[in-house]
Design a protein around this ligand. Structure first.
Ligand code: ADP
Length: 228
């Protein structure tokens, strides 16, 4: 599903150029659950941004679902992203002026689905995440854990093949954090390919594979041992 070959990313701020990713090779198959770890500044967010087509590599090749994306224009990237990639961030990024249901429906607004089917899908996904009774609430009326579940509902509403999560439990207490981790595990069990950036060794251990970065390079790429 994901194929990075010698991908580098350099950020320029004024005269200073930083190499955030340095000739990374990475293959991720459909259905995998990969945790990206490493110290602050090692390139985790940059990598996730590239995987999610929010940014393009400075050099190297990225093939997503068999398509070379490095040559695509912003409009084509946005079209490829829509419906195929879902994002969950540390901050929930919900619109408080809108109800929970409308927030989730935002993810379907610009797709091909008719209004009626959108509403149906929203109800279905809120039900799946245990949020049906909160559909008419506004995000600020919910706990942090519930808000992150709404953000996850929005991310998966269009049934993306790939779900990208950047520190999804970063703003949650440990109880709600575990709840979100459990949910991500379930979504992966149901077939969603999942790539998650995390600082937490405990959370990384829930993934089936850990890619550890250091200074923009892959230091360790290890599959979790299957429990006997
Ligand atoms: P991490 O997510 O592991 O903390 P990042 O991917 O955010 O690491 O950053 C990797 C390196 O790239 C850091 O040295 C950071 O300062 C630099 N960097 C990230 N984004 C930018 C940017 N937009 N402009 C300039 N430098 C950046």
């Amino acid at each position: 599903m994901i194929e990075l070959k010698a991908v580098s990313k350099r950020h320029r701020a004024g005269d200073i150029e930083t190499t955030a990713l340095d000739a990374i090779d990475l293959h991720i198959e459909a259905g995998e659950y990969v945790a990206i770890t490493g110290p602050s500044g090692c390139g985790k967010s940059t990598l996730l941004g590239l995987l999610g087509l929010l940014d393009l590599p400075s050099s190297g090749q990225y093939r997503l679902l068999g398509e070379d994306v490095t040559a695509l224009r912003p409009r084509e990237l946005a079209a490829l992203r829509r419906g195929r990639i879902g994002f969950v961030f540390q901050s929930f990024n919900l619109v408080d002026e809108m109800s929970v249901a409308d927030n989730v429906q935002l993810a379907l607004r610009y797709g091909p689905m008719p209004e009626q089917a959108q509403r149906q899908r929203v109800a279905e996904v809120l039900g799946r995440l245990g949020l049906s009774h909160r559909a008419a609430h506004h995000p600020s009326q919910l706990s942090g854990g519930q808000q992150q579940r709404v953000a996850i509902a929005r991310a998966i509403a269009a049934r993306p093949a790939l779900l990208l999560a950047d520190e999804p439990t970063g703003n949650l207490d440990s109880g709600h954090g575990q709840e979100v981790m459990q949910l991500l595990r379930e979504l992966n069990d149901e077939g969603t390919t999942l790539v998650m950036v995390t600082h937490s060794a405990e959370h990384a251990a829930l993934a089936s594979r850990t890619v550890r970065l250091l200074d923009g390079r892959v230091l360790v790429d290890a599959c979790a041992e299957v429990a006997a």
